[in-house]
Design a protein around this ligand. Structure first.
Ligand code: CUA
Length: 172
């Protein structure tokens, strides 16, 4: 039975795509291309005793060189601190650790989306394009409260943020 010419075309397209994907896998192995990884381990059961992720150390930190770093703990069912105020148009590095199970974090309208694997520190740098309220959402199913696992990020323009931060004097 002859094959319909249109069907032949689609067969060729499908085989071509398989070829492209196999080629991509082959090239990435030959050239040594790997997804970015930041392998930094941490003891999730002892976060409260750790230098960085203890409860009173969470939130915004300004590094000696002026970079802004935000330290967040994810746990069923929330991100702590629950509310952050951050500047727009500024690179901000987030460091996440889970205190219990696998969580994910997604910040709509930015490139921030990563898993938070217990035992590892997830580090992502992003820039908020404009002021406004942004949700920080969990995007890995982590239990019955998963749908309610989120916290709020308020983004203000940089001069306002700097004023606020100077007034509060230190981590907020
Ligand atoms: Cu945490 Cu879903």
């Amino acid at each position: 039975m002859p094959i319909d010419p249109l069907e032949k075309k689609w067969l060729a397209v499908a085989l071509g795509l398989i070829g492209v994907f196999l080629g991509a896998i082959f090239l990435s192995s030959v050239l040594g291309i790997k997804p970015p990884s930041h392998v930094e381990t941490i003891d999730s059961a002892r976060l409260h005793l750790s230098e960085e992720f203890a409860e009173d150390k969470l939130g915004v930190h300004i590094q000696p060189d002026g970079r802004i770093e935000v330290v967040i703990v994810a746990g069923r069912y929330g991100f702590y601190p629950r509310h952050l105020t951050l500047p727009a148009d500024t690179p901000i590095t987030f460091r996440f650790a889970s205190l219990d199970v696998l969580h994910g974090v997604h910040l709509p309208m930015t490139n921030l989306s990563t898993m938070i694997v217990p035992g590892y520190v997830a580090k992502v740098t992003t820039v908020f394009p404009k002021p406004g309220d942004y949700p920080l959402l969990c995007n890995e199913y982590c239990g019955l409260g998963h749908d309610y696992m989120w916290s709020k990020v308020t983004v203000v323009d940089k001069p306002t943020w700097e004023q606020q931060h100077a007034r509060e004097g230190g981590p907020s």
